[in-house]
Design a protein around this ligand. Sequence first.
Ligand code: 26V
Length: 785
Amino acid sequence: MKELIKEGLKRQLKIKYGTDIEHANKGEIFSSLSTALMETIIDDWNNTTDIYRERKQAFYLSAEYLMGRALGNNLISLKLYDEVKELLEELNVDLNAIEEAEEDAALGNGGLGRLAACFMDSAATMEIPLRGYGIRYSNGLFKQNFKNGFQYETADNWLTYGDPWSIRREKEKVIVHFNGMDVYAVPYDTPIIGYDSKNINTLRLWKCEPIESFDFNVFNSGRFDDSVLLKNKAEHISRVLYPNDDTREGKLLRLKQQYFLVSASIQDIIKEFENLHGTDYSELPKYVAIQLNDTHPVLGIPELIRILVDEKQVKIDKAIEIAEKIFAYTNHTILAEALEKWNVEFIEELFPRILEIIEEIDLRFIKELVEKGYSKEEINEFRIINDKQVRMANLAIHIGFAVNGVAKLHTDILKDIELHNWYELYPDKFQNKTNGITPRRWIRLCNKELSSFITELIGDESWVKDLSKLKTLEKYADDKKVLDRFMIIKKEKKVQLAKYIKETSGIDINPDSLFDIQVKRLHEYKRQLLNTLYVLDLYYRIKENPSLDIPKITFIYGAKAFPGYRRAKAIIKFTNDVANLIDNDPVVKDKIKVVFVENYRVSYAEKLFPAADISKQISTAGKEASGTGNMKFMLNGAPTFGTMDGANVEIVRESGEENNFIFGLTVEEIENIRGKYSSKEYYEKNKDIKRVVDSLIDGTFNDEGTGFYKELYKSLIEENDQYLLLADFEAFKLAEERVFKAYKDSEKWAKMCFMNTCNAGIFSSDRTILEYAKDIWSIKPIQNK
Ligand code: 26V
């Protein structure tokens, strides 16, 4: 194999770049090596596609896939990593440097998109016939940089050097009709390589292109700009992930993206069905299950019905019945503002026929509810169209045959509170599918040191695709030699992270300090601000008492704020200002340090999770649907410092409360204080709280006239602290005290960390995807031999 790849690499360098290994740069080597590897997998890929077609397949429809880099991961899955590393060494090339030359494919915002990527990997490894459908955004999530503590955004041009891991399938393009404009959807297929398997699944991403590349006559008449107007209009559709949708234009574009994705995908699915099984569409549910990743692809429901009724002459009753057997919906959030509603007017403007179909579904649903004896008010709650808006979640729950939450607590909240009326109407539709993470990327690739040690202890590498085997390591939990090795590896990963931070931002951090890490999207409910208020309080206390007994700590943050989300941006600026305050204080700076890493993304995450001593998961209880970062930390041996929220609850249950630091109000307690809570009381009664909150407005910090800090103050005091930061402040401090105490006892600490790794097996997305396959899609694994 080695020689084959070496030849392939040389050949590709020559064909693609007209160069050789001595003269090529890293990007060229990355691209050529990737193509050389592609050459070796095509047969397995095609075979897998063929054998999957024989039986029922599942299709994952998602507006986001946060894939990160491909090269390293694919080498791991192909079990070629060491071989390729060696062959490059023979050519005087460092594989690691080549991996670093790859741009992240950041076609997602956060957890939801990363989950889709983990599912792709797990489905291939578990040999489940699952194909992903998404959008090939030309620009992924923006790049973030800080100037003077403020976040700035620039375009992410991940395709500048092409994408050697995808194949454009010109022959399989389809036309998507909008009111007044037709466009091509051109598929780009990326292989998803199963680990230690010959199964290679497909992620198919659609690029939007114009039917005519320019208007010949308009161009000829000298109006050059006008001649490409339509081309540009089409290309905007897959230009960028989630445009700011504050404006009407932005909202329309977002809606167009959603329809573009589902129309192309459903056409593709139906075409494949017809080729294999003919035109008896009542057979469709026998061969097709479609998972809707949140509400973004829910227009797929009326689109399927439209195609069946308008183009395939199926009666509408039958078409709806078919749809009811095909679609399943995953809910990823209970935040009201994230549940999508679309103005009827928009849908009508862009695709009037889709609106007609939604109206038809709505009317039938009302009739059904009236027959069941529901009151008008109750019916209004259920209606798909209400107040001139289409409620996408209602459409999905009504038509879908399954609805799932993403962690036990989250599903319970859906059933008992948020979607209680729906649960009473359709109790059998509701299921829980606790999220998971792929062990290939999140330990085997990103923590090779720990992976080798685990392999040594277990005896082989089988744990990488059966993560439940980690449990067998518990027998070493009191073995000093094992724990020592475990902690030496942790230290090594901390040194590597420190080096990376130094190289990329010039900031020095001390690998002998406790690394306390909070990385995730920036959102008020995730309470990065609580963390920063705590750090500021700690700063003041050290100032008062320079001999305060605490370990050296580095507080690390990573997060992007949505460009239009002012408060999130304010929290970044505030945290950076606190970092500065500390850096400039000779007394405090040797004890604590704050670093907000720039441009947090999948490839950065791979360096952060293995280096953590503490996993910070401090959302207001009930708000974080699951979290998956929490699982990545756990797997790499970091105790959770967190609230009883999302999957934290299950993490703690698995690894033991004694091996984590749980604090704060529970969902129940929060329910009980609803209406009674007064943040002002906490602020006035607790002088530490008052001191840190006042620092937002007393001139301690300068937000340069943006009004950011007044706004944060307002959210905490005048708007009664919606996310209960102040209510949890004291509990947070006490939990930190527990951390300090535990950290001092290094043997006990090592065991806590180790127990987290031992008990992380259940959080493999292999487990999750097998549950989806069995309980929702009714699909069994099929092996490519
Ligand atoms: C989206 C938005 C967009 C507008 C501004 C406010 C806002 C707030 C939340 C969201 C969340 C969108 C859905 C999402 O990403 N959910 C995440 O899904 C993960 C995978 O299931 C889960 O682990 C996270 O807890 C959940 O937040």
